[in-house]
Each structure stands twice: as C-alpha cells, then as structure tokens.
Ligand binder design. Sequence first.
Ligand code: C2E
Ligand code: CA
Ligand code: CA
Ligand code: CA
Length: 277
Amino acid sequence: KAKRGIDGVEVYDPAHHERNAARLSLLTELRQAVEGHELVLFYQPKYAFQASDELHVEALVRWIHPQRGFISPMDFIPFAEQTGYIRTITHWVMNESIRQCAQWQRSGRKVHIGLNLSARDLLQPELPAQFCALLERHACRADWITLEITESAVLDDPAKALANLEHLRATGCRLSIDDYGTGYSSLSYVRQMPVQELKIDRSFVMNLITQPDDEIIVRSTIELAHNMGLTVTAEGVETEAVLQRLAELGCDLAQGYFICRPLGVAELETWLQTSPW
Ligand code: C2E
Ligand code: CA
Ligand code: CA
Ligand code: CA
C-alpha cells in the first residue's frame, strides 16, 4: 500500500516502488526460467523397509539461474504461488517428472515418482485433465506417479479441492498427504481425502530419539495410517538411530539426508550403482 500524507493524499514511497520493481523482475526472470530451461528436477531416493526392486523418489524443483546460480525452491515457490505463476511451474514439473518416469519404465527401471502440488493447483478445475493428457503424451503408467498435497491445500476451499482430488485419483495416480501433522485440520479431512499415503513431517521425525513426545506422535501416526490402509513415509531422516527406530515402529519408507540428498538424474544413476542400500 502507498503511504498517505497528512491530508490523505498518496505520497511516493520509494521502498514500496523498489519492492514492486523487484517482484516484477523476479516474475520476468521466472518466466524466462521456464522457457529457457533453467529449471531442473532433482530426485531424492527413499529407503524401503521392505526390500523390493522398486525405487521411490521425490521430485524437487531447482532453478539454475545463469547469473545467480542455484536458487532454492523455498526462494521462488512461495512467490510463484502468490502471483499465480505456480500453474506454469506445476505443469512443467508434471511434464518433466512424467517424461522421466516413462523413460525409466522403458529402460526397465521401476521408479515411483512423487511430485509436489501447491494449494493453488488443487483449486484449478483443469488440473486433472492436464495431468491425464501428460500421462498419455508420455505413455506413463499412472500408478507410478504420486501427487503430494498438504492438508492446508484442502482447507482453503474444501468442496472444490476434494472434487479435484477425486478427479485426480480417478486417473489412477496415487495421492499423498505431505508435511502430515503440521496442518490444523488433520483427521476429519484425511478421512475425506482419497489418499494412499501419509508423509510425516520432518519436525516430528528429526528428534524422534531425544523427544519422547515426538516418538508418541510418530508411533501413533504410523498406527493410524496403517489402520486406514495407508502407506507411511517419514521425512527428514538424518541419522541411523532414527532410521532404526522407524524400522521398529513399522514405518514403510524413509526419506532424508542419512539415506541420500536430492540428486540429478546422472548422479542418481551413480548412486544406484554404488549405494550400500
Ligand atoms: P517438501 O515437499 O517437504 O520437500 C522436502 C524438503 O526437505 C526438500 O527441500 C528436501 O531437500 C528437504 N530434505 C530432504 N531430506 C532432508 C533431511 O534429512 N533433513 C532436512 N532438514 N531436509 C531434508 P527442498 O528441495 O528445498 O524443497 C523445499 C520445499 O519446496 C518442498 O518441501 C516443497 O514444499 C517445495 N517444492 C519443492 N519442489 C517443488 C515443486 O516441484 N513444486 C512445488 N509446488 N513445490 C515444491
Ligand atoms: Ca513433498
Ligand atoms: Ca514434506
Ligand atoms: Ca515442506
């Protein structure tokens, strides 16, 4: 908002002007990023407590800026959400991860990919049709793609979001609740959402060993999820002790720096050949 002078007339506020200019230039750069192939997906592998020949990864977007270098999604996803540009980014992320998933399928690698949707994406009525078209374009199996959504995404407009989730689920993909435990809604919405997986937020997982309360939360979340027939992933696994405790608690998948950081496709190939897991 512009500042008001004594008589209520708007006066020029240089700080406000600078902020607007910075936002405008970021939006311009973000557009160029998508068009100029500056966005890349990194993949973070998960550890499956039940050994299998199928790999699970989460796709995480990165912006390699020609001058400023590596930019974290935390520094542009919230901005993209505010401006509505997230729709374009999400479409790019869906296309790229579905293309990669299909390529792995053709080469005989069984890789399940989880990708992130923003709250705003869930309110787009055209999203399910776009997603479906991309699966067809790349001839990708729908059940190898998991869409990660947050509870708060549903809170904004529950009827609209839940209808969209049903349409997405009808394509055959899997749905997952991300950052589980950090939202306000929890159980009542989870019951209504057609999801197959819960991802326990890393704030509960990181101090599992030292904080008895956190262990109680993780333990009961795993129990609850299993009683509802859902798979459980724990995120933010940074130590071997946490990984071991999760195994004892019956968790299905673990994701975190102790297992592996997010990697580019070539690095992931190397990791697959050399990792101890
Ligand atoms: P998220 O969905 O909760 O993703 C997990 C984040 O935790 C990633 O950060 C990942 O690198 C980080 N992480 C993984 N293991 C560990 C660990 O052991 N310890 C800690 N402290 N962190 C760990 P990243 O890649 O910086 O992404 C941050 C957030 O940005 C994501 O949180 C997600 O909300 C958003 N984001 C990333 N990619 C996309 C995307 O393609 N679309 C949308 N809409 N959002 C995205
Ligand atoms: Ca996620
Ligand atoms: Ca998460
Ligand atoms: Ca998060």
